[in-house]
Write a protein that binds this ligand. Sequence first.
Ligand SMILES: [Zn+2]
Length: 168
Amino acid sequence: MEFLKDRGETIDLGARGSLIITAGGWKSYAKEEIDCESFLSLCGEYLGLRNRMKIRDAFNMVELNTVIFECERGVKHIPPWLVVAALDPENLSPSDPEEMGLLAFFDPLPTSYPGFILSDDFGQVSNMPCMCGRAGPVLQFCRRVKMLEDRGCALKMERGTVVVPDTR
Ligand SMILES: [Zn+2]
């Protein structure tokens, strides 16, 4: 979109029935980060896509074999095979339901290593129903934690601090 803006051009993906899927974080581009509403506005202005239902974000980590996609309502639905827990960053105990916490992922799909990941992302896992009608928990990713190394399960096991979520 910046390229189009610099050239003073636009394209009309909306007329072609297109769908935009975004994934990944800002990482080293954090200083250039824009909020969701600004991004959607630019998609309308430069890409001709103004229908929010046609612009979906996906959450993924390289350590996971699962991608969490937004539904047409812009809500990230956690698939049934993936357990996501929000943990208290002070003691890594499970946060209260609907509370923010350090996100931990329990993904059974990786076969080359244990898919238990304590991320450096803060988020919320909610069981509130979504207007789209899909069932199950949803993820609200909020922000990346600063000053924390990425820690996968193997490293956590070495340190003897693996946390298993209460799935009751
Ligand atoms: Zn939904």
